[in-house]
Design a protein around this ligand. Structure first.
Ligand code: DON
Length: 568
């Protein structure tokens, strides 16, 4: 449903503005496609976007705002925002230096390769998605504390407090959220011995206030004791106790040993734009840069936006990238991942040697390539740009909507069902239809392969765009289309984000597309050259910011969902 949100203008005094020495009154703006002078946040909920901008106005940088947003999303967007899950955050400081924190969940130490199989060797339906066994050890809290400790300007107390207040005082539910909670009600009842705040007798309606006092207490323990407030003490005991109520295997040792990891982001170029994104254990950047590298020699613009020829080209590149994903991508702490071989220009040109302009190559004829192994080495995305020119792109998730649906009794937060992102059995697809091999098999302490693709783009050494999306396996192709829409098809960020999308992931061998993506004529052309098509209601929910030539910031808050941009 497309909702037009009329921009709200509220007057706030602020002295100073990017590139100006004259004191100026900067106005708070809210909407989907607003323009701002100084700082901007685009996230999945208006409460988290508002909180992020308040932190920027207090003198916080993009990391301070991002940490405040991440905790706020755990309160106001429990569908995906979390402290019981994980994600990837890229930071580009005002001088252009980039860093990334990987706060992806890890399999518990007792996890093992065949843990989701029955005695006959088949995957047990629901075990990796709907039970206590579905959860990896949460990474969000350690990730936030680490990135804040490294780059934050404000105190940790200052950035977490707004989320605590939001949990304690409550916030009004949107109509989509009321429907989500009502739709999930029976699952919450079936999967929890202590009824969570998400369940009440009457159905939820838009505008009802959701208060989460137990979550507020958990966040207070994190505020007061930092990492120890979550990974040991009362919260850790509550998590371990919740696991014991069912088949869960996360214990105190798993929590005590969990560490987020700073990793060098993956970088590449597309038509002169520098793209910075998340490395394995996310496959997002590799897939994105592989697709872009494969299509770069072609004149995408001349083929035409959403013409059958341009869709065919992109889809054929997508198939080849996803075939490589299944073979080569997993946790770099467990297996050597040939990232630079997979992104090598020569390798990518070779991957497209069998591309035929007039025929779809069946996925059954596409195998993973042979990159050189010379290595030196319901999700939600939010984007932040601060007044100093720093930027954060972060994607965070519980995996499924509301994760496993299991709330830690007494601690008020939902656990992830990220274990399903492992390859549970070679060749057996997960909930996103992705299958893979031993490189992504379950093992204690290992991170499951992700598709999350937070990106920061630079043009001529200057910040140009911040973007990312939820959507499981469709994340890299969603982000890729936002980039090609801007770079090849000259769209502004709002149109680039709102444009219809399509997706191919090698297996299953079909193009998934939104109804609005292309017309009947294009559909027929694609079928004629051998593609199978399947309509999908929606693909991705991008939250992006673009720096305009005059230095102002333009928001692209996806029309899909109730995304919200705040800026000033
Ligand atoms: O890490 C991943 O790739 C998935 N767990 C992301 C899940 C997701 O995007 C769900 N949102 N629609």
């Amino acid at each position: 449903m497309i909702k037009r949100i009329i921009p709200l203008f509220s007057l706030v005094l602020f002295w100073g503005c990017k590139g100006s020495s004259t004191p100026q009154v900067l106005i708070n703006r809210e909407g989907r496609n607003i323009i701002a002078d100084s700082g901007m946040v685009v996230s999945a909920h208006s409460e988290s976007s508002r909180i992020g901008v308040e932190i920027l106005r207090k003198g916080g940088n993009a990391v301070d705002a991002a940490v405040a947003i991440e905790f706020a999303l755990a309160v106001c967007y429990p569908e995906a925002g979390n402290i019981g899950g994980g994600g990837f955050m890229i930071y580009r400081d005002p001088s252009g230096r980039t860093d990334m924190v990987d706060y992806r969940e890890k399999a518990p130490l007792k996890a093992h390769r065949d843990m989701f199989l029955d005695p006959e060797g088949s995957v047990v339906p629901g075990l990796s998605t709907d039970t206590r066994l579905a959860s990896g050890v949460p990474g969000t809290v350690d990730g936030m504390i680490n990135i804040h400790g490294k780059y934050g300007l404000l105190s940790f107390r200052d950035v977490i407090q707004p989320a605590i207040d939001l949990a304690r005082n409550g916030f009004p539910l949107t109509d989509e959220q009321a429907a989500d909670l009502n739709g999930f009600r029976q699952k919450f009842i079936d999967r929890n011995s202590i009824l969570p705040a998400f369940v009440r007798n009457d159905p939820w309606k838009a505008g009802d206030t959701l208060k989460q006092p137990e979550l507020a207490e958990t966040l207070e323990r994190i505020r007061d004791s930092g990492r120890e407030g979550f990974y040991s003490g009362k919260t850790a005991s509550l998590i371990a106790g919740e696991m014991e109520k069912g088949n869960g295997i996360i214990g105190l040792k798993d929590l005590a040993e969990y560490q987020a990891a700073f990793r060098a982001p993956v970088e590449g170029f597309y038509r002169g734009f520098r793209i910075v994104s998340a490395p394995p254990p996310s496959g997002g950047a590799v897939i994105l840069l592989q697709i872009l590298g494969m299509v770069e020699p072609f004149q995408l613009k001349d083929l035409g936006f959403h013409s059958s020829a341009s869709i065919h080209l992109l889809v054929e590149a997508e198939k080849r990238a996803y075939a490589d994903r299944a073979e080569y991508l997993g946790d770099p702490d467990f297996t050597e991942i040939p990232v630079s071989g997979l992104l090598d220009q020569g390798y990518l040109r070779k991957r497209m040697e069998d591309f035929r302009e007039d025929t779809a190559t069946p996925s059954s004829e596409i195998r993973a390539g042979h990159p050189l192994r010379h290595e030196t080495e319901e999700t939600t995305h939010y984007s932040v740009v601060d007044p100093m020119g720093g930027a954060v792109a972060a994607t965070t998730t519980l995996n499924g909507t509301f994760g496993s649906g299991i709330v830690i009794g007494g601690a008020g937060f939902l656990m992830n069902n990220q274990m399903d992102d492992f390859s549970l059995k070679p060749g057996t697809p997960n909930i996103y239809g992705l299958s893979g091999g031993s490189v992504n098999s379950v093992a204690g302490g290992k991170r499951m392969l992700s598709s999350m693709t937070p990106v920061i783009l630079e043009k001529d050494g200057k910040l140009f765009m911040v973007a990312g999306s939820p959507g499981g396996s469709t994340i890299p192709t969603t982000v890729m289309q936002v980039i090609t829409n801007v770079v090849d098809f000259d769209m502004d960020i709002a149109n680039a984000v709102d444009a219809g999308r399509f997706h191919h992931q090698w297996l299953p061998d079909r193009i998934e597309y939104e109804k609005t993506a292309f017309d009947r004529f294009t559909e027929n052309k694609l079928k004629e050259i051998g593609h199978t098509l399947r309509e999908r209601e929606s693909l991705g929910r991008v939250n992006a910011i673009m720096v305009m030539p005059d230095g102002r910031l333009k928001a692209g808050a996806d029309r899909r969902g109730l995304n919200s941009a705040y800026g000033y």
